[in-house]
Design a protein around this ligand. Structure first.
Ligand SMILES: *Cc1c(COP(=O)(O)O)cnc(C)c1O
Length: 485
């Protein structure tokens, strides 16, 4: 006699009634969290390894109840969370989960769309086109830009530079690769000393080589020097190298400086190079008509990246890549094995033809809900308010003895530091400001980060959280001043 098979009802998913019950509990928990983020320390106080040690070393043998699992949210998970949703989060660039974005993520998980082909989710494929076009048009960018959504700016830039490598089909990189070819010159990418490390990572991943990323000097405002770019391209041509692409940054990570895109675009046109604009943080600021001055010339870009998960209140992750050359992206990435052929493939767009990944999440849904819930005016007003807070803080800092604003404030980031009277040694100033940063972050009330501008260590206060009000900025400033003592 063998054992009877288990009754089918004991296998499969948890019951929908369980979902409904726990979703209500969680909805309440999330609402409380959003209402009182300040109850938490912004920066988690855990030591490395402490979180892991609070969890069993092996998975449970039998399934646990959802009650037990959810109870661990407060007990286990929350102590290890750094609160990006906290209005006192001023480090790096902010990233807010807004209410429409959180609701959309719930539905994204429930519908579980896998966008490999148009037919595997017509809504995903077409909504990605619609939302990226809405955002493009609201920003005043060219109507012929083709958009898609990726996870991060790092991946968007990787794809843009992969396309740049295919711009000249004579290089035959897609088919023959780069290694072992004596017929190919070294391919070069140019960016400023302030450009994001994702440019180097893309060059590493694409087999171009980290040393073929040429980092150019900047002017006193941390903008790429186009004369230096011109000279570097000429020197590389003379040495037999092949200039491939320039990555210009609009809103650099350290100071939000803006490279001179019109002059760079002229050089790219002259040299037949691809121009990729990295505006991961700042790109959405084009929603504010009064801020369009930062975007002069970007209409000449071959590709442009902005992260709605940074300053447009879409939860992690959501990066938008636009390009003027969808056909080059398609030439780079399209590959249709027999099992993915469909009768509608000539009339229906499949985004996997334009990108490295095959499957994609339904990220367009959260972008759509965020754009609809706040509207163009609502988003623009929030971004402008963040810029106004930054200007107001910088005005206060420069009038305070001992304090310096260390970079021009063009957007919503203030770089600042304290220099005790009579001290000129950079190493001493660095230790002093690093200690200030530790004390301020140790308060649990705010979280700031730092950067280096040349040799100068500087603190960095980046405003961009949806829930940040002036009182939070003022509190950060009060904590900074108190920490100098
Ligand atoms: C944040 C940032 C990036 C990287 O963004 P990810 O989405 O984390 O890859 C790239 N460039 C700039 C200018 C950034 O500010």
């Amino acid at each position: 006699m063998t054992d009877p098979a288990p009754a089918p009802t004991t296998l499969g998913d948890l019951a929908p009634e369980q979902f409904e019950h726990h979703a209500r509990v969680l909805a309440h928990w999330i609402a409380e969290y959003l209402a009182h983020p300040e109850r938490h320390r912004v920066l988690s106080a855990l030591a490395p390894g402490e979180f892991r040690a609070s969890i069993p070393a092996a998975m449970p043998r039998d399934g646990e109840s959802l009650e037990a699992i959810l109870a661990d949210l407060d007990r286990v998970v929350m102590p290890g969370v750094t609160h990006w949703n906290h209005p006192g989060f001023f480090a790096y660039f902010a990233n807010t989960a807004s209410v429409p974005g959180i609701l959309a993520e719930l539905v994204i998980a429930a519908l579980n769309q896998v966008g490999i082909l148009w037919r595997t989710s017509p809504a995903l494929a077409e909504l990605e086109q619609v939302t990226t076009a809405w955002l493009r048009d609201a920003c005043g960018f060219p109507a012929d830009w083709f958009g898609m959504i990726t996870d991060t700016a790092s991946v968007s830039t990787l794809q843009a530079l992969a396309a740049a490598r295919e711009l000249d089909p004579a290089l035959e990189v897609r088919h023959r690769g780069l290694a072992g070819r004596s017929d190919l010159p070294r391919l070069r990418i140019y960016c400023s000393s302030q450009a994001h490390s994702s440019v180097d990572k893309a060059a590493i991943t694409l087999g171009l080589g980290a040393e073929n990323v040429v980092r150019l000097p900047v002017d006193a405002g941390f903008r790429m020097r186009s004369d230096a770019l011109d000279a570097a391209i000429r020197a590389d041509r003379a040495a037999g190298y092949r200039p491939l692409a320039v990555v210009a940054t609009v809103g650099t990570t350290s100071t939000t400086s803006v490279d001179p895109v019109p002059a760079i675009a002229d050089l790219c046109a002259r040299e037949r190079m691809w121009l990729h604009v990295d505006a991961a943080y700042a790109g959405v600021l084009a929603l504010v008509p009064a801020q369009r001055r930062h975007f002069v010339g970007v209409e000449r870009a071959d590709s442009f990246v902005v992260n709605p998960h940074k300053w447009l209140f879409a939860p992690m992750d959501c990066s938008v890549l636009w390009t003027r050359h969808p056909q080059v992206l398609k030439r780079t990435f399209s590959l249709t094995p027999a099992y993915l052929e469909t009768q509608e493939q000539d009339v229906a767009l499949s985004l996997s033809d334009y990108s490295f990944q095959l499957g994609r999440r339904f990220r367009a849904l959260k972008l759509w809900w965020v754009l609809r819930a706040f509207g163009q005016e609502g988003l623009a007003a929030r971004l402008q308010q963040h810029c106004d807070f930054a200007t107001r803080l910088a005005d206060t800092v420069v009038r305070t003895p001992g304090w310096q604003v260390t970079a021009p404030v063009g957007m919503s980031v203030v770089c600042l530091r304290h220099v005790p009277e009579g001290v000129t040694d950079e190493a001493v100033i660095e230790r002093h400001n690093a200690a200030i940063l530790d004390r301020v972050n140790g308060s649990g009330r705010v979280f700031l980060s730092h950067t280096k501008l040349g040799e100068r260590y500087t603190l960095r206060l980046a405003i961009g959280n949806l829930r940040t009000q002036w009182t939070h900025v003022a509190e950060a400033w009060a904590l900074l001043q108190a920490a100098t003592l």
